[in-house]
Design a protein around this ligand. Structure first.
Ligand code: FES
Length: 377
C-alpha cells in the first residue's frame, strides 16, 4: 500500500450534512457521506460503467449509483450483501482540530465483478443463409379486441408475397410489454448502453425481441405505422426512443451495429402529413445505419378535409394498387439487400465530421476516468 496522502478538506462542520457530497481533490472525485454522525468516503467512480457515485443517493448504508442503481457500502466500498467482492476503493477520513481530512491513498483496491454479458452484446455477425425479412407493425390496439389496421394489412400482404428461401418474421409491438426509454442518455452519453440499460436490468422487458431481430437477424426491415395527428404511432416512438442505444454506439465507440441492412416503410392514415412521418423515419433509420431502396415508402391518406375513417378502411380494403405497391416495395428492398450482403458493401467506420454528437469527445471522458482510476487503485 502506498504512503498515506492526507488532504485537508476544511472545517468539519461544513461537511456535517446528511447524505452524499461530491469531493474533488486535484482531479480525483470522492463520494463523501455523512450519516448518523459518521463520515464515509469511497471513490466516486462506479464499477459498472463509471457512473458518478458522488451524485447518487444513500439507501441506508449504501451509495446508489445514479446511472443504473448499483450499490456500494458508503464506508467500505463493498457491494451489497452477496456481492461484497464487487467493491470500489475506500478512503479513510479523520477529524483533527475541527478539520476534516481525507486520505487520497485508497485503503482498499477496486475489484470489479462484471455480470455475464447480455446475449445481445455478442458480436454482430450475419449468419449465412437466404435473406431474412422483419416486418414490424407499430399499430396500437387491444389484442383481445383486434380491429382492422390498414398499415398492418399492407405489411402482411407484402410479407405474404415473399417466396422461399427468404424467410419472414412479423413483430406486432402491441403484443410486447416494454418500458419507455427512461432517459439514461440524458444522464450521460455513457449511461446509455448496448443493449439498452433497461434490457440489461429487467428480464420482463420484451424489447429484446426487437433488438435481436433488427440487429442480429434481419436483412430487410419493413416497418408499418398509422398516422396519428401528423406523426407516426406512439408505439413507433416508444420503440425508436429505446433504439437510441443503437445510434449511441456510433457516437461513443464508432461502432455501427447495423450494416448491409435495408429499411422501408408503409404509412397509412385517414389524416395527412405523410411527408413528415416519412421524413422522421428516413432520418432515424439512416442515422443508425440502414440504407433505402428507391422510393422507400408506400403511403396512403385521405387528407385533412376528406378525413372519413369508415371510407378510409374501405378504401384500403379494396385497393389492390396499395397491396401491389407494398409487395413491390419489399421486392426493391430485397434486391438491394442481396446486393449489399453479397458485396459486404457498407463501411464499418463512418467519418464523424458533421455527424450527430460527434463532438461528445468520449475519449476525453475516458481519459479522465483512467486518471481517476490510476489515482484510486
Ligand atoms: S450502475 Fe453505476 S454506472 Fe451503471
Amino acid at each position: 500500500m502506498s504512503a498515506q496522502k492526507w488532504h485537508d478538506l476544511g472545517p468539519v462542520e461544513a461537511f456535517k450534512k446528511e447524505g452524499l457530497q461530491e469531493i474533488t481533490v486535484d482531479k480525483s472525485k470522492f463520494a463523501l457521506s455523512f450519516k448518523d454522525g459518521t463520515f464515509g468516503a469511497i471513490s466516486a467512480v462506479c464499477n459498472h460503467l463509471g457512473g458518478p457515485l458522488c451524485n447518487g443517493t444513500l439507501d441506508g448504508e449504501y451509495v446508489v449509483c445514479p446511472w443504473h442503481y448499483w450499490k456500494f457500502h458508503r464506508a467500505t466500498g463493498e457491494g451489497e450483501p452477496g456481492d461484497e467482492d464487487n467493491r470500489v476503493p475506500r478512503h479513510e477520513v479523520k477529524i483533527e482540530e475541527g478539520r476534516l481530512f481525507i486520505n487520497r491513498t485508497a485503503s482498499s483496491k477496486r475489484n470489479r465483478v462484471s455480470p455475464e454479458p447480455h446475449p445481445l452484446a455478442r458480436p454482430v455477425k450475419r449468419e449465412k443463409g437466404p435473406l431474412r425479412i422483419l416486418g414490424i407493425s407499430t399499430t396500437v390496439m387491444d389484442t383481445a379486441h383486434p380491429r382492422y389496421s390498414t398499415s398492418e394489412v399492407l405489411l402482411q400482404a407484402a410479407l405474404d408475397s415473399v417466396k422461399q428461401p427468404a424467410t419472414t418474421k412479423l413483430i406486432r409491438l402491441s403484443d410486447l410489454k416494454f418500458r419507455h426509454c427512461e432517459g439514461f442518455y440524458s444522464k450521460s452519453a455513457r449511461a446509455c448502453s448496448w443493449p439498452c440499460s433497461i434490457t440489461q436490468m429487467d428480464d420482463s422487458d420484451q424489447l429484446d425481441q426487437v433488438y435481436e431481430a433488427i440487429v442480429h437477424w434481419a436483412d430487410v426491415l419493413l416497418l408499418a405505422t398509422p398516422i396519428r395527428w401528423g406523426s407516426a404511432s406512439s408505439l413507433y416512438y416508444k420503440m425508436v426512443e429505446r433504439m437510441n442505444c443503437i445510434q449511441n454506439q456510433i457516437t461513443l465507440h464508432d461502432k455501427a451495429l447495423i450494416r448491409n441492412k435495408v429499411a422501408s416503410f408503409i404509412i397509412t392514415g385517414g389524416q395527412d402529413n405523410i411527408q413528415a412521418v416519412a421524413g422522421q423515419m428516413l432520418a432515424f433509420f439512416s442515422e443508425i445505419g440502414f440504407v433505402f431502396p428507391s422510393f422507400p415508402y408506400v403511403a396512403h391518406s385521405l387528407g385533412w378535409t376528406a378525413e372519413n375513417m369508415e371510407r378510409n378502411v374501405a378504401y384500403v380494403k379494396n385497393s389492390e394498387e396499395l397491396r401491389q405497391g407494398s409487395r413491390e416495395l419489399l421486392q426493391r428492398a430485397l434486391v438491394l439487400a442481396q446486393t449489399l450482403v453479397d458485396a459486404d458493401a457498407v463501411e464499418t467506420r463512418v467519418p464523424p465530421g458533421g455527424r450527430k454528437a460527434h463532438r461528445l469527445e468520449p475519449e476525453a471522458m475516458q481519459a479522465a476516468q483512467a486518471a481517476q482510476k490510476k489515482n484510486d487503485d
